[in-house]
Ligand binder design. Sequence first.
Ligand SMILES: N=c1c2ncn([C@@H]3O[C@H](COP(=O)(O)OP(=O)(O)OP(=O)(O)O)[C@@H](O)[C@H]3O)c2ncn1[C@@H]1O[C@H](COP(=O)(O)O)[C@@H](O)[C@H]1O
Length: 94
Amino acid sequence: MDETLAELFAVIEDRKETLPDDSYTASLFTHEKGENAVLEKLGEESTELVLAAKDDDREEIAYEAADIVYHLLVLLSMKDMDLTELEDELEARR
Ligand SMILES: N=c1c2ncn([C@@H]3O[C@H](COP(=O)(O)OP(=O)(O)OP(=O)(O)O)[C@@H](O)[C@H]3O)c2ncn1[C@@H]1O[C@H](COP(=O)(O)O)[C@@H](O)[C@H]1O
């Protein structure tokens, strides 16, 4: 899981740097709404996750959770944070 997150974060950082035309990630970094675009996504997907959980829909829970994790990593990158800051916080709670 750590490796998956690290690889995804590296792709996000690359998209931020290179801004390819066909990249959804790049479109979040250049969105006219600024960081609100990713913040709105996180809000919408949190609601969708809650609904999936209430329905006991395991497939939908995994889908929405993945959407949230991806957009969370985009937010960290947007704030020029590193994945280790999240990992350090989680480690400090063990
Ligand atoms: N993990 C993701 C990822 N998760 C979600 N998304 C996009 O986030 C958007 C979510 O929007 P919506 O919630 O409106 O859409 P939805 O989830 O299809 O529909 P609902 O949940 O609303 O029913 C969709 O366009 C998804 O494609 C992602 N886009 C990209 N990635 C990763 O980022 C990499 C780089 O992608 P590009 O930047 O597009 O090259 C990819 O290889 C993936 O590894």
